[in-house]
Design a protein. Structure first.
Length: 179
């Protein structure tokens, strides 16, 4: 599984020491201990924490950045992919991921979840494991699943977890079954 990547989406806001940062750091470590690498949007907050956790265990941490944010990339990246447009950035984040984890975030994170979900649902990309962490996402996913069911589309594509270890374990076990 050494060359597999999990793209993690989440907020740039959490600071070291805050609960969301600690959760993301723990996630990065858990994924790396299982031989998985990480890919993030490459900046601070959750992206920095995941990269830090993964690097401390020896995994790769790719950051996909874009100049419009005027932000400083995470110092824990092993590789930075600089993009010109938001769509190019999203395309890279999605293409690199063998699986996706959505952590706490705002509208940008919601867009990332929605694009991954739509691409899988419309068969614009192969089905890949997707896990959301936290009550906010389980509420959103539950609401959307009701609509998806009405539209007679496939449900159950997104798994939600309250516990970060269970979230990581779902992705780890899903990827260990994929060649």
């Amino acid at each position: 599984m050494k060359n597999k990547f999990v793209t993690v989406f989440g907020s740039s806001v959490p600071k070291p020491g805050e609960e969301e940062y600690k959760t993301a750091y723990r996630l990065g470590m858990l994924l790396a201990k299982s031989g998985l690498n990480v890919c993030t949007g490459g900046y601070q907050g959750i992206m920095d924490a995941v990269s830090k956790g993964a690097r401390e265990v020896g995994a790769e941490a790719i950051g996909v950045t874009i100049d419009i944010y005027n932000s400083v990339p995470s110092k824990y990246l092993t590789k930075e992919i600089k993009c010109q447009t938001l769509f190019e950035r999203l395309d890279n984040l999605i293409k690199i991921g063998d699986a996706y984890i959505i952590l706490q975030g705002g509208t940008g994170t919601l867009v990332e979840l929605a694009i991954v979900w739509e691409f899988i649902n419309k068969k614009m990309m192969p089905k890949k494991p997707v896990a959301c962490h936290g009550k906010m996402w389980s509420d959103i996913v539950s609401l959307m699943e009701s609509q998806i069911k009405k539209e007679k589309k496939e449900t159950g594509l997104i798994k939600c977890f309250a516990d970060i270890e269970m979230c990581a374990n779902y992705i780890i076990s899903s990827l260990s079954n994929v060649e």
